[in-house]
Design a protein around this ligand. Structure first.
Ligand SMILES: NC(=O)c1ccc[n+]([C@@H]2O[C@H](COP(=O)([O-])OP(=O)(O)OC[C@H]3O[C@@H](n4cnc5c(N)ncnc54)[C@H](OP(=O)(O)O)[C@@H]3O)[C@@H](O)[C@H]2O)c1
Length: 351
């Protein structure tokens, strides 16, 4: 049995991109398991932009994690040791346990994950045929649900709509692109660089992709969406949101999924041209995927069907080693990730 735990501790709330002074790498002994406790060996850590929001001192959609916490993140693991009857060694489980090798928790009377900051434990079902446990981070987890309900329930897309999607080569953006295409929309992606733009068109099926790092977004959109954008699925906010607003159709809808360009700023900036929301009667709606958790089956059924027919796939980038978590996290902000970013804590790649 491993007697130590390696982890990243939140020592200071970051200003800007987190550094090794904000998040400190530590190694310490594991205490013997207490009565009623469960020890989980973390196999996979989901590296997500939202983790940056969870360590903002003013809080976000949840209260800030206190200083001294393990850097929070969603994890998938296997029960390693248990003195609680609900949990047996070898059970696959999920929770918000953070950047560490092991987590030790009191076993509750029932499975629960929310409130996230209290570290609940959720048993995972067998993955659908052709899938594996990692899909509970991606297609059949937060990312699939966010893209699905964002596009259908919030964006209310219909066949023939012109849909614009930012961070279209990313985890949620690439799923949103494929979902909009599968629903009969004309899809224009936005991504950073020619390699990502080619992928958005060739692998994710967009009709076109704008390279926001070198193209003039407004000029491109005036050609690609001459009648305006009906639905903009926004993952990035900032100047790209402003360019989208300038090119929205009257009565268009903006799905406010995220604003990664603002997450490292202490003062997130709204669009300077927000009066156009009024002039064009545009609806801008923020949403959180947690609202849709009780409709998970509905989404999974459709997503699994598309996956089986080859109309939907999720790109996963797996990196290795607990000590590489911070570098991986930075990739989300410099765009060097390729799809859904996951840390695997076993060098062999096996759980
Ligand atoms: N509403 C919800 O419930 C919910 C749930 C989960 C996630 N989200 C949000 O969904 C968004 C996407 O998350 P994800 O996990 O799928 O991440 P991701 O798209 O896989 O990775 C982030 C991507 O954002 C782009 N980016 C980073 N900084 C940027 C900037 N300053 N300007 C423009 N683009 C920038 C980069 O792509 P390029 O190389 O193309 O620049 C990067 O690869 C995030 O905003 C996240 O917070 C919302």
């Amino acid at each position: 049995m491993t007697a130590t735990n390696q982890l990243w501790r939140l020592a200071r709330y970051p200003e800007g991109l987190p550094t090794t002074e904000d998040l400190v790498f530590e190694e310490g002994p594991l205490a013997p398991l207490g009565e009623g406790e469960v020890r989980i060996r973390i196999c996979y850590i989901s590296i997500d932009p939202a983790n940056r929001l969870w360590i903002r001192p003013e809080g976000s959609y949840i209260p800030p994690f206190p200083l001294g916490s393990v850097m929070p993140a969603a994890c998938i693991g296997v029960v390693h040791e248990s003195s609680h009857p609900r949990y047996q060694p070898g059970d696959w489980v999920q929770g918000i346990w953070g950047w560490q090798d092991f987590v030790t928790l009191p076993g509750g009377p029932e499975d629960r994950q929310l409130p996230m900051e209290e570290g609940g434990i959720l048993h995972l079902p067998e993955p659908p045929p052709g899938s594996d446990y990692l899909d509970f981070f991606g297609l059949f987890g937060v990312h699939g649900l966010t893209a699905f309900f964002g596009m259908t329930d919030v964006g209310k897309v219909k066949p023939g709509d012109t849909v614009l999607i930012s961070a279209a080569a990313g985890a949620i953006g690439s799923l949103a692109t494929q979902i909009a295409r599968n629903l009969g929309c004309r899809v224009v992606g936005l991504a950073g660089g020619p390699e990502k733009c080619a992928k958005v068109v060739e692998q994710f099926g967009a009709d076109a992709c704008i390279d926001y790092k070198s193209d003039d977004i407004r000029e491109k959109l005036s050609v690609l969406a001459p009648n305006g954008v009906d639905v903009y699925f926004d993952n990035v906010g900032g100047e790209i949101l402003e360019a989208a607003i300038d090119n929205m159709a009257h009565h268009g809808r903006i799905v406010f999924c995220g604003a990664i360009s603002q997450y490292n700023d202490s003062d997130a900036r709204g669009p300077a041209n927000y009066m156009k929301l009024l002039y064009k009667q545009i609806e801008l709606k923020g949403f959180l995927v947690f609202t849709y958790m009780d409709r998970m089956e509905e989404a999974v059924e459709t997503l699994a069907g598309w996956k089986a027919s080859g109309e939907l796939h999720m790109e996963l980038e797996v990196r290795y080693g607990i000590d590489n978590c911070l570098g991986a996290f930075h990739s989300l902000f410099d765009g060097s990730n390729r799809g859904k970013l996951v840390m695997c804590l076993n060098e062999s790649g096996e759980p």
